[in-house]
Design a binder for this molecule. Sequence first.
Ligand code: TRP
Length: 334
Amino acid sequence: MTKKPTVLSGIRPTGYLHLGNYFGAVRNFLRMQDDFNCFFFIADIHSLTTHPTPDNLQAGVKQVLAEYLACGIDPEKATIYIQSDVPEVTELYTILNMNAYLGELERTTSFKDKARKQPDNVNAGLLTYPVLMASDIIIHRANFVPVGKDQEQNLEMARKFAKRFNRMYKKEVFPIPQSYTFDGKDMIKVPGLDGSGKMGKSEGNAINLYEDPKSIRKKVMRAVTDAGPTEMNQEKPETVQNLFTLMEIVSKPETVAHFDELYNNCEIRYGDMKKQLAEDIISYTSPIRDRIIDILKNDEYLAKVAKMGAEKARESASKTLAEVKKVVGFKRLF
Ligand code: TRP
């Protein structure tokens, strides 16, 4: 039997998972669990760059772990772990830092963006964020990393650091990680509720999986539309198209067809459409929300999952780190 390729992805524990995360990423992770050797982890060390309070950090880690599990990531199939439980990652990070250059780190788009957004907190961790991310990936010798467009450059840096290490020590210690993109039909871009662009937690246009029905109704009813179509079969403006796109994701095809027909006949009432959309979102998310609530109450289960994940992740990480240490010359002659 050939070995399954290794897939790894991480998420920072800041905020709740929303519909965009679910349809854009998590749902695809579920499908990968059987075909790949999967590592999914919570990047709590990365989140320290923005100085969360200890309470917020703890709550955030617990929330994401519960949400991953509630979505159906199976700890018996995939390795789910918390980054800070695997000290091998930071050890590799220290070593990789010696071959990461100030110039290339300063040129990274995400560094420049964050330095502009938080000029009072341009810390060294922010600068070396791509080095830590590279360690996350190559410590498990990952072959594929499913990430969104915003992380492409960080992944490109990880490739660069892996290649540089292999070249410097004349040994293929690390495979070169590739970005993993889902094929066209599985690639769902979830729009936000503010009329433009995609759903994102920092855009403030998101519906969380954990959101209660009342709040979902309120958010959907407030979504941006226009004054309504004035001509038959008129093209939809982005704001309205976004509502239809959301409906295509969560509602029955007949429901979408019904409102599409009303739109094309200039008879649509956006209020009715939004009411329907809100209820269909609620039907989709409420079983997940119920599971999140249950899991959050079960500290014993969460601790068990975290412990099992940490053990599996450390087993894999320590093998790589042992080889790295040997290769760089930490192996004693005496
Ligand atoms: N940087 C990623 C983000 O902000 C999180 C992350 C950290 C990650 N390490 C990773 C993603 C390794 C993929 C692989 O979303």
